[in-house]
Design a protein around this ligand. Structure first.
Ligand code: WTA
Length: 694
């Protein structure tokens, strides 16, 4: 029986490899893509829905609660069943999982072999080659480009063959520094096809930040574009890559795709035109046979200390988790147009722009622009024009847009919308109401999703909530297979004890392993264990706090460490401090997050100058902002830089950030007892400087 099944799978996989794909001439990339492809017809297919699609394959299970209970009771049966039916295997797995949370050991679908790009592309090309895979919503509205599954597979194969022709092989890390575009998706898929883990770096990061990520992953290959275009502005991407690569001797090749077609300096034997190389390559490419636990990609994210960590995800577990969470949290149906407006440089872009929707055979929108370009109606005009069914964004965009007149929303037809999702930061009540009532007219499900780079996919979400039902704020129920646990983190005898029951708040951890969890931090497994598995032994520690309410629903209360969240982007305050500490006039800095109406949080920096520095403070503040922009990225630049005579420290030298947070929010009456500080008088001095600054 199993052997017969294997044979069938083998046959299916082999036949999918030999699909003829149309030749893709270089003229169809870059500037000319729109002209050549915008007429591509999307083939209509039949819509299939069942009242509870999650229960497919689980006989006798009818309710969300039944399936959830089953997923915790019999995780191997639950995940194994899904993995068999939802993934196309080259060789099926022999064992569903081998995990030990207390040792940070996570392995799923052992013995299985697959190729992720075959799962996201070839298997759909077989059934519906002309279905649109990507709608590239370019910066200028109305210039969108449609790419079918067949075309995306052809591009992917040509790009994969290009990488191979340059000597890139299984296991080599490839850095991708590109804006949202079909060629960037093809680059990710091409890496998956040849088994070279990609490390996508958000194209808003500075040359220094890019260089440190290239160095940490030891990437020999970088893929980029000549320029990027965002909100009507041109960004010199290749120039940033040049500056980064100047400090990365390991880089052997930079493959440059065209976005604007502007001539950029190309170094001999280092820079190559990606399109020119691709057009010499076949549109077929034999996929590498990957083991379930081979690395698929790494993605850098900030921690509370030290440099950003290369979070590593593997093949089958990540693919299954991204597939199932997109399908179940957003109810993706066959003809849906799914739009997650994240950048591919973040995990949301990986899981819900690229891997999840493509694995489900959906049409996914690649948004290149910003929510206010050319005006604050951009999103809703796009919803009308592209007939979008699911919209997924960060709450910061909602907070920005609700400031404008509602007519910017109402003048566009949003009747296609069914699900309104958000992620990345807490959804405040005002933003949630506006999103669901003004945008969704009270008839769409509001899907607030809590998850992290490390979790690979959505962990807590309200699914299923019914239209018209009570609107719930905050991510609510754990996804199937996810068992959240809260631990007491208050100093005292009960610290570290599990909080059972309802109406409790504490450190949010997860007890059972799930297939999408990150497997390690690239090159630093000890840090992985220290950060996630040692704080609350036997569980994964998220770094977030949460409240379990009287109904058993979860509400995220925010980070418990020194990571802040600016417009849904994570950054460790230590990284900003490290950047500013490089300034020759600076003795010490302390950065905290302080609330901001639109961005959620912004960095607020307290800076002590070296003895004897007598320069203009405004000049220094400006230089410090430039330094952060140059070392990290524009989004990390502190809103406020306050030069102070000292910092509140304990006698052992630890900075009391709690005090700085109170001062920054004008709550000095809540400072409490400061007499235990090494120098209590410093607090008054900081309060005065803060007041004078305002
Ligand atoms: C925060 C983004 C409140 C949280 C997918 C987490 C949230 C961090 C929510 C991960 C939410 C994410 N409500 N806070 N719905 N979703 N967060 O790795 O602090 O970029 O730890 O992954 O964002 O950010 P990351």
């Amino acid at each position: 029986m199993a052997a017969a099944l294997l044979k069938t799978i083998d046959r299916a996989v082999k036949s999918s490899f030999s699909i003829r794909t149309s030749v893709f001439p270089p003229a169809r990339f870059g500037r000319s893509v729109a002209r050549c492809l915008s007429t591509t017809p999307a083939k209509a297919s039949v819509q299939t829905t069942t009242p509870m699609p999650e229960a497919d394959g689980f006989p006798g299970v009818h309710t969300h609660q039944d399936l959830y209970d089953f997923s915790l009771r019999e995780p191997d049966t639950f995940w194994g069943t899904l993995a068999k039916s939802r993934i196309q295997w080259i060789k099926s797995f022999d064992r569903v999982s081998d995990c030990d949370m207390s040792a940070g050991k996570i392995e799923w679908f052992l013995g299985g072999q697959l190729n992720v790009s075959v799962n996201t592309l070839d298997r759909h090309v077989q059934k519906m080659p002309d279905k649109v895979a990507l709608i590239w919503e370019r910066d200028e509205p109305g210039t969108e480009v449609r790419i079918t599954y067949r075309e995306l597979l052809a591009m992917t194969c040509q790009l994969a063959n290009t990488l191979r022709s340059h000597g890139v092989k299984k296991g080599d890390r490839v850095c991708i520094y590109m804006p949202n575009s079909p060629i960037a998706v093809a680059a990710m898929q091409a890496c998956a096809r040849i088994g070279a883990p990609h490390s996508v770096v958000f194209a808003g990061f500075s040359a220094d930040a890019l260089a440190s990520r290239i160095q940490d992953a030891n990437c020999e290959t970088v893929i980029t574009t000549d320029q990027a275009v965002r909100g009507g502005k041109v960004i010199e991407l290749k120039k940033t890559v040049d500056d980064a690569v100047a400090n990365c001797p390991m880089v052997k090749r930079v493959l440059v795709a065209q976005r604007t077609g502007k001539e950029v300096p190309m170094k001999h034997n280092l820079d190559f035109s990606l399109e020119e190389d691709m057009c010499r390559q076949s549109t077929e490419c034999t996929p590498e046979i990957m083991d379930s636990e081979d690395p698929l990609f790494m993605l850098y994210t900030s921690g509370s200390t030290g440099k950003p960590k290369g979070i590593l995800h593997t093949q089958a577990g990540y693919l299954l988790y991204a597939t199932m969470t997109s399908k179940f949290a957003f109810d993706i149906r066959e003809d849906d147009i799914f739009s997650c407006v994240a950048d591919i440089g973040w995990i949301t872009g990986h899981s819900y722009v690229v891997y999840g929707p493509l694995s489900n055979g959906a049409t996914t929108v690649l948004f290149e622009s910003i929510p206010t370009y050319p005006n604050p109606g951009r999103y809703w005009e796009m919803v009308e024009r592209l007939k979008i069914n699911q919209f997924y964004l960060a709450p910061t965009a909602v907070r920005l847009l609700l400031k404008f007149d509602e007519s910017w929303v109402k003048k566009y037809d949003r009747s296609t919308l069914r699900k309104l999702g958000c992620v990345g930061e807490p959804l405040n009540v005002e933003a949630g109401d506006w999103y669901s009532q003004v945008v969704g007219e009270g008839r769409c499900d509001l899907v607030d999703t809590w998850w992290q780079t490390e979790t690979g996919g959505i962990m807590i979400t309200p699914r299923p909530s019914q239209p018209g039902a009570e609107i719930l704020h905050g991510p609510m129920r754990p996804f199937f297979g996810i068992e959240p646990v809260l631990f007491n983190d208050e100093p005292g005898p009960d610290q570290g004890k599990e909080l059972t029951g309802k109406d409790v708040s504490g450190a949010l951890c997860v007890r059972k392993p799930w297939p999408g969890i990150a497997r390690t931090i690239f090159g630093d497994h000890e840090r992985y264990l220290d950060t996630y598995f040692r704080p609350y032994p036997g569980t994964y520690f998220s770094g977030d706090g949460a409240h379990r309410d009287h109904k058993g629903y979860y509400h995220i209360t925010g980070r418990m460490d020194d990571v802040i969240n600016i417009s849904g982007h994570r950054i460790g305050t230590a990284e900003i401090e490290d950047a500013m500490d490089e300034h020759h006039d600076v003795a010490e800095t302390a950065v905290i997050g302080t609330p901001h109406e639109v961005k959620g949080e912004v960095p607020y920096a307290f800076v002590i100058l070296k003895e004897g520095v007598r320069r203009d403070e405004e000049d220094i503040a400006k230089e410090l902002k430039d330094l952060v922009r140059k070392t990290i990225a524009a989004y990390a630049v502190p809103d406020t830089i306050l030069i102070t005579p000292g910092l509140p420290k304990t006698r052992s030298g630890k900075i009391m950030r709690r005090i700085l947070r109170k001062i920054s929010t004008d709550k000095e009456e809540e400072l409490g007892d400061v007499s235990t500080l090494a120098e209590p008088s410093v607090v008054d001095a900081i309060v005065q400087s803060h007041k004078a600054y305002k």
